[in-house]
Design a binder for this molecule. Structure first.
Ligand SMILES: [Zn+2]
Length: 194
């Protein structure tokens, strides 16, 4: 992936390359913001090294349920891929083998499982849907929601864990950036006309 200006200028990106905890917290925040967007419930989001079931983790989002249904399989794949796409945005030059070592293979595996289930076990269709449809959508979503991800990731890095309610509250916090303020005002005006 090329390092475009759109990616180069994202706030906090360079700091994430130097600060592993902030990086990992923002990775988990990407999962969390995508989960909120799709109303996909989770209980808690954590950051920090731990070993769970023999697997070494650097953070995790605990979904309210491990079950995936036909109508929730694609959103679940997007939630999983948010972590993978986040790592690619922060460091576009790393290849997939390195990303695997950085812990996004679990994200990819879960996304593949969900989409394959949705596609009735068709491998070619699964691959096409993930890489041609879902990944570009998730990439766009993360860039559009970067400030929210950074805000939640910064809080997570400081506190170590955040509940679903805390993430929801942080996601709704108004930004002080004038452009965002203006957009929020527009949304409110629109809503008040309904
Ligand atoms: Zn992840």
């Amino acid at each position: 992936m090329k390092l475009t200006d759109e990616i180069r200028n994202l706030r906090g990106r360079k700091q994430m390359l130097r600060d592993r905890r902030l990086h990992d917290a923002c990775h988990e925040a990407s999962h969390a913001v995508m989960a909120l967007h799709h109303g996909h419930p989770f209980t808690i989001v954590l950051v920090g090294d731990e070993t769970v079931g023999g697997q070494r983790l650097r953070g995790r989002l605990m979904l309210a349920s491990g079950r995936v249904y036909t109508d929730t399989a694609i959103p679940a794949a997007k939630v999983a891929l948010a972590g993978h796409c986040f790592n690619r945005i922060v460091n576009p030059h790393v290849n997939d083998a390195v990303l695997g070592l950085l812990g996004t293979m679990g994200d990819l595996r879960m996304a593949i499982d969900c989409v394959k289930f949705w596609a009735g076990g068709d491998d070619a269709q699964t691959e096409f849907i993930i890489f041609k449809s879902i990944v570009p959508q998730v990439h766009k979503f993360l860039i559009e929601n970067w400030e929210t991800i950074l805000r939640i990731g910064t809080a997570l890095a400081a506190r170590g864990k955040l509940s679903y309610a805390e993430v929801k509250k942080l996601a709704a916090t108004k930004s002080t950036a004038p452009r965002i303020k203006w957009l929020e005002k527009n949304v409110l005006d629109k809503a008040s006309r309904i």
